[in-house]
Design a protein around this ligand. Structure first.
Ligand code: HEC
Length: 142
């Protein structure tokens, strides 16, 4: 009785193994789906093309706000209104970045207020990319 049971168990095990093996082999050749993962458009750092206006707003609120005000409409006796600036509108993004890097000292004949516009708004840690982001932000206000 016990021996029969053992043989039966072994047989069942063999059959199961055989079935498992064959079915495994049969289902192996499924369709090979190739998922094309194209590189996403964003480059994360504003490396190419226009700057990141959201980041620019943060940088603006950290540096330029003191003289140009929270809405960039200017502060009397300090920075000018940037939302209506024909000067800024007339420059390309790259030219405006170049302007921000040099500023416009009171001694500059082009200065209209007698107040310094400091290079990079007085924040030397701003990179070209940061300035491009700020320009992108200013473009949303013009
Ligand atoms: C210390 C005060 C001060 C800070 C900080 C400052 N500015 Fe200015 N900015 C000025 C003044 C003053 C002028 C006007 C200069 C003049 O009389 O021509 C000016 C002019 C400008 C102009 C030219 C506007 C025009 O119509 O001629 C731009 C653009 C500008 N600032 C952008 C910025 C940005 C962007 C930042 C931050 C990175 C910044 N400024 C930070 C004081 C400041």
């Amino acid at each position: 009785m016990r021996r029969h049971l053992v043989v039966l168990v072994v047989l069942v095990a063999l059959v199961a193994a055989a079935c498992g093996g064959s079915s495994g082999g049969d289902t192996g050749g499924g369709s090979a789906t190739t998922v094309a993962t194209t590189a996403p458009g964003g480059d994360g750092g504003g490396g190419g093309g226009a700057g990141d206006a959201a980041n620019g707003e943060k940088l603006y609120q950290g540096t330029c706000v003191a003289c140009h005000g929270p809405d960039a409409k200017g502060v009397t006796g300090l920075g000018k209104d940037l939302t209506t600036s024909e000067f800024a509108k007339g420059l390309s993004d790259e030219e405006l970045v170049a302007f921000l890097k040099t500023g416009r000292p009171a001694s500059d004949p082009a200065n209209t207020t007698g107040v310094d516009m400091p290079p990079k708004g007085g924040n030397p840690s701003l990179s070209d990319d940061d300035l491009l982001d700020i320009v992108a932000y200013l473009r949303t206000l013009e």
